[in-house]
Design a protein around this ligand. Structure first.
Ligand code: FRU
Length: 505
C-alpha cells in the first residue's frame, strides 16, 4: 500500500470531534465490522482508509473499549493489498478450533470478510468471502492461504455475518450475506468455516429502493420471555431509506436452521413506494447505516453499532483530518408496542459514569408560541430526557445546539403523529445539497405524551422516542459557540411536562 498517495480532502477546522462516539484519529471510516466481545474487551473493527479521509484502500481498522463509551485505536488489523480490498464482514470466536487455525491450547478468532478483487488479480471482477485468523485476541491477523473460501462468481456478493447456530437442526456455522443488486440475503452453512453449503435465500421483500448490504440474523426473546424466541433479520439498504439515502430495515420471523421466514413482510418482490412507512426501520434518521450486532456480547445482550453517515454525502462532511463517527452502541430488544412487535433500542453503556453533576431540570411549564431558551441548560455533549404533552400547538419540541432562533429542531406534530428532525438551520449544511433536510417518522402517543431521550454530541443528535420504539439519528455541524437548548411551539402552546439535561464528558 505504500505506493498509494494519501488523499486527505480539505475541510474547515472545527471542534466537531465527538466526545462519546468513536472516530478514527486522522482517517476515513465506514461500516462497523467484526464486532465481538472477547476476553472482557469490545472489539470494533471497521471499514477504513488507512491513507486518507475519503473512501478508498479499504482495510479493517481496529478499536477497543471496555465500557462502549471510550475507545482506543489500534493499528490496522487487516490491510488491503495489490489483489484485494477488504470489505465488510464479521468475526467469530472458534472456541472448538473447527477451522484448524488454532494452535495447542489457543483457539482462534476468525474473521470472515469480503475480498473485493482488484483488476489484474486472479479473481478480478468478483466479490467473494475470505478468512483471516488471530491467535492473540484480535490484535494481529493472518490471511488464510486458501482464500477465497466462497466464490459464486458474482460481482455483488458481500458482507458475510457468521454466527453459531445451535438448534433443532443441529450445530454449525451459519453465514448471512447479500447478493446486493438482487435484493437478496443468501444463507450458507459450514462445519469448519472453510467449506460452505447453500441453505436458502430471502428476498426481495419490503424496501428495495437500493442495494441490500450488511445483513445480520439473530434470535431475541419476545417481551423478555426466554421461552418465546423470534428471529430478526436486518438488512441495510442504500439508497432507498425512509428519509432518503442509506438506512436499515428489518424483518421479524423464524429461522429453522435452513430458512428465514418473515412474519413482517408487507410487500414481496419490488417495493411499493407508497408503503415505505409500513416497513420496519432500524432508524428513521439520515445517519445510521451498516448497523450490525456484536458476537458473544455478555449476558446474551444484543448490542448494535451503526455507521453515523449517509452515502449521499459521506465523503463531503466537513470534518478533518478524520471523517465519519460511529453511532453509540445500542442494546436492542423485541417488544409488543401498540399491539405490534418491533425492535426497541436503548443506548448501551454506563451513563452514570460520564454524567456531570447537577442536571438541569424543570417540570410543568407552558411552552408559548415561538422559541424560549432554557437558561442553565446549554452544552455541547448532553443527554436530554424530555416529556411533552400536546396543547393547541400544531408542532412543538426542542431546538438543540442553538444560538437564538437557529439550531436543530427535534419536534412532534401531534395531529400527524410525526416525530421530526429539521436540520436546515443546524449549522454548516453547504457541503452537500441534500444535507439540509426535514426528516420525519411516525410516532404514536403514549398515554397522550411524547417522551424523547436525546444524546447530543459535537456533530450529532440521536433521538430515542417513546422509550426507544422509534429512533432518529442525524449528523449536525453547529458552530462551537451554538450551545443553547430551547423549547419551541408553532401555532399555539404545549406543555413541557418534564425535562432533565445531563452534561456528559
Ligand atoms: C456498505 C458497503 C458494504 C461494503 C463496504 C465497502 O456501506 O458498501 O456493502 O462491504 O461498504 O466499504
Amino acid at each position: 500500500m505504500d505506493t498509494l498517495t494519501p488523499t486527505h480532502t480539505a475541510a474547515t477546522a472545527g471542534s466537531y470531534r465527538p466526545a462519546l462516539h468513536y472516530t478514527a484519529q486522522d482517517t476515513w471510516l465506514n461500516d462497523p465490522n467484526g464486532l465481538i466481545f472477547h476476553e472482557g474487551v469490545y472489539h470494533l473493527y471497521y471499514q477504513n482508509n488507512p491513507l486518507g479521509n475519503v473512501w478508498g484502500n479499504m482495510s479493517w481498522g481496529h478499536a477497543t473499549s471496555t465500557d462502549l463509551l471510550t475507545w482506543t485505536e489500534h493499528p490496522v488489523a487487516i490491510a488491503c493489498d495489490e489483489n484485494e480490498d477488504i470489505f465488510s464482514g464479521s468475526i467469530v470466536y472458534d472456541r472448538h478450533n473447527t477451522s484448524g487455525f488454532g494452535t495447542g491450547s489457543v483457539a482462534p478468532l476468525v474473521a470472515i470478510y469480503t475480498s473485493a478483487f482488484k483488476p489484474g488479480s486472479a479473481h478480478e471482477g468478483t466479490q467473494a468471502q475470505s478468512l483471516a485468523y488471530s491467535l492473540d485476541g484480535g490484535y494481529t491477523w493472518t490471511k488464510h492461504k486458501g482464500n477465497p473460501v466462497l466464490n459464486r462468481g458474482s460481482a455483488e456478493f458481500r458482507d458475510p455475518k457468521v454466527f453459531r447456530y445451535d438448534g433443532d437442526a443441529g450445530s454449525y456455522w451459519v453465514m448471512v450475506a447479500v447478493e446486493a443488486t438482487d435484493f437478496q440475503v443468501v444463507l450458507y452453512k459450514s462445519e469448519d468455516l472453510k467449506d460452505w453449503e447453500l441453505l436458502s435465500t430471502f428476498g426481495p421483500a419490503n424496501a428495495t429502493g437500493g442495494v441490500w448490504e450488511c445483513p445480520d440474523l439473530f434470535p431475541l426473546p419476545v417481551d423478555g420471555d426466554p421461552e418465546n424466541l423470534m428471529w430478526v433479520l436486518t438488512v441495510n439498504i442504500n439508497p432507498g431509506g425512509p428519509n432518503n439515502g442509506s438506512a436499515g430495515q428489518y424483518f421479524i420471523g423464524h429461522f429453522d436452521g435452513t430458512s428465514f421466514t418473515s412474519a413482517s413482510t408487507v410487500t414481496e418482490g419490488t417495493q411499493d413506494p407508497d408503503r415505505l412507512a409500513e416497513y420496519l426501520w432500524l432508524d428513521w434518521g439520515r445517519d445510521y447505516y451498516a448497523a450490525v450486532s456484536f458476537s458473544d456480547a455478555p449476558d446474551n445482550r444484543r448490542l448494535m453499532i451503526g455507521w453515523m453517515n449517509n452515502w449521499e454525502y459521506a465523503n463531503h462532511i466537513p470534518t478533518t483530518p478524520w471523517r465519519s463517527p460511529m453511532s453509540l452502541a445500542r442494546e436492542i430488544s423485541l417488544q409488543t408496542r401498540n399491539g405490534k412487535l418491533c425492535l426497541v433500542q436503548q443506548p448501551a453503556g454506563d451513563w452514570a459514569a460520564v454524567a456531570g453533576q447537577e442536571p438541569f431540570s424543570l417540570s410543568g411549564a407552558t411552552i408559548h408560541e415561538g422559541v424560549q431558551v432554557l437558561a442553565g441548560a446549554a452544552g455541547t455533549v448532553q443527554r436530554i430526557d424530555v416529556s411533552f404533552t400536546p396543547g393547541s400547538a400544531e408542532e412543538f419540541g426542542l431546538v438543540l445546539r442553538g444560538d437564538g432562533a437557529h439550531g436543530t429542531r427535534v419536534g412532534i406534530r401531534p395531529d400527524e403523529g410525526t416525530l421530526l428532525t429539521d436540520r436546515r438551520e443546524s449549522g454548516r449544511t453547504d457541503f452537500h445539497a441534500s444535507f439540509a433536510s426535514i426528516d420525519t417518522a411516525p410516532v404514536p402517543a403514549k398515554q397522550g405524551t411524547y417522551d424523547l431521550t436525546i444524546f447530543v454530541d459535537r456533530c450529532s443528535a440521536e433521538v430515542f422516542a417513546q422509550g426507544g420504539q422509534v429512533t432518529m439519528t442525524e449528523l449536525i455541524f453547529p458552530a462551537g459557540s451554538s450551545t443553547d437548548l430551547a423549547v419551541y411551539a408553532v401555532g399555539g402552546t404545549a406543555t413541557l411536562s418534564s425535562i432533565q439535561v445531563t452534561q456528559l464528558a
